[in-house]
Each structure stands twice: as structure tokens, then as C-alpha cells.
Design a protein around this ligand. Structure first.
Ligand code: GRF
Length: 207
């Protein structure tokens, strides 16, 4: 059965581009009937919009500044998303807090990537907070989105070491490389791995 993905971005869109490139290289459309139907940004100046167009993906902007309330914005955003009948909505550096109604509408088909090893460091400034806490490792997490910010079933994680010379910027750059590895993997596994009950199976233990 055909499965559409809609990716939401706010900025550079490097995670979106990594997913698009994996989809192309791994033949998601030909092999699994999975395609990235659209990339939608809440910022007209998001650099990722040009990357999406270069990859031949349809783009749209739903500018949050044009709406009086969070609810109005989320309603307009959901309309733009639902035009593509998505099996999965992927938040990739999408920097807006979503309303409970929006999250409920996409329950079970909404993923996010967060630049920390959740449940450590939800919210912003994750890399500086990891350095300030003296963490020896940091990383990133792909998770299902639920009503509470940065909480929700964890699908995949990657770990990087924190070096004594690290700044928030150098750590962020190494974590971002890992984000690019795990997000496409998690998206594909999520779309392929859902069983009859709609649950994604967990990794299996050795016998
Ligand atoms: C990533 O670090 C993501 O985890 C965070 O914002 C950054 C977005 O980067 N939420 P990009 O737009 O995918 O390049």
C-alpha cells in the first residue's frame, strides 16, 4: 500500500535532506511504495526549502506569524499536511510546540528527532547542558511524539563521546552527523515494521 511521508522543517533541513537522500539511494519508492510527498516549513526563509526543491520534493510554507493563535496555525498546518494523506509526519528541526489537538490528530504517525539522549535534556540548549553537567557521552533520539514535549516512545538512539575540548557547537556538529544516520533508518523501520496491531516491534534479544 502506498505510504506518503510529510516532513516538517523550520531551518537548514539537513535531517530532511539526509532522509530524502536515503530514500533515493535505498529506493524506498520502488521497493516499498514509500515516498516523501511534501516538505512543509513554518518559516518562509528556511534553507531546507531549497534543498527539498533540489531533491524534486513539493514544498509549502505555513507561516506561523500569519496566524493569531497556536490553534489557528496548527489547523492550517494540518490542512496542508492532510492534503498529502500521510502515513507518517516527520518533524525534522521543526521548532514549534504543537497543540494537543494536533498531536492527537497524528497519534501513532508522528516522529521527532531530539539532539540529546532522552529522557536526559528535553527542551532547548541540549549540548551546552550536557557539557555543563559533565556528561561523558551525548547523542540523539528518534521518538514518537506525544502530548508532552520530548517524551514518547523511543525508537532509536545514537551516542557520541563528549570531549574535554568540546563546545556546544563542536558537540552539536558530531551529534548532527549521527542524527543523519539514525533518522532515515528509524523512519523506514517504523513504516515497514508496523504489525497488524499498529505497534512497531522492538529489537529482538539473542536466544
Ligand atoms: C537538529 O539538531 C535537530 O535535532 C534539532 O534541530 C536541528 C535541526 O537541524 N531539533 P536541521 O534543520 O535538520 O539541519
Amino acid at each position: 500500500m502506498k505510504k506518503n511521508i510529510v516532513i516538517l522543517i523550520s531551518g537548514g533541513g539537513s535531517n530532511m535532506a539526509a532522509i530524502a537522500s536515503a530514500a533515493q539511494q535505498q529506493g524506498w519508492q520502488e521497493r516499498h511504495d514509500i515516498r516523501i510527498a511534501a516538505v512543509i516549513s513554518n518559516r518562509p526563509d528556511a534553507g531546507g526549502l531549497a534543498l527539498a526543491r533540489e531533491a524534486g520534493i513539493a514544498t509549502a510554507v505555513v507561516d506561523h506569524k500569519a496566524y493569531a493563535s497556536r490553534e489557528d496555525f496548527d489547523t492550517a498546518l494540518a490542512q496542508a499536511i492532510d492534503a498529502h494523506a500521510p502515513a507518517l509526519v516527520v518533524l525534522a528541526g521543526f521548532m514549534r510546540v504543537l497543540t494537543p489537538g494536533f498531536v492527537a490528530h497524528y497519534e501513532g504517525r508522528l516522529l521527532n528527532i531530539h539532539p540529546s539522549l532522552l529522557p536526559a535534556f528535553p527542551g532547548l540548549n541540549t549540548h551546552q547542558r550536557a557539557i555543563d553537567a559533565g556528561c561523558k557521552v551525548a547523542g540523539c533520539t528518534v521518538h514518537e511524539v506525544t502530548a508532552e514535549l520530548d517524551v514518547g516512545p523511543i525508537l532509536d538512539q545514537a551516542v557520541v563521546g563528549v570531549l574535554p575540548c568540546d563546545t556546544a557547537q563542536t558537540l552539536a556538529a558530531r551529534v548532527l552527523e549521527q542524527e543523519h544516520q539514525i533518522y532515515s533508518r528509524a523512519v523506514l523501520a517504523f513504516l515497514l515494521g508496523k504489525n497488524e496491531s499498529g505497534q512497531a516491534p522492538s529489537a529482538t534479544c539473542p536466544r
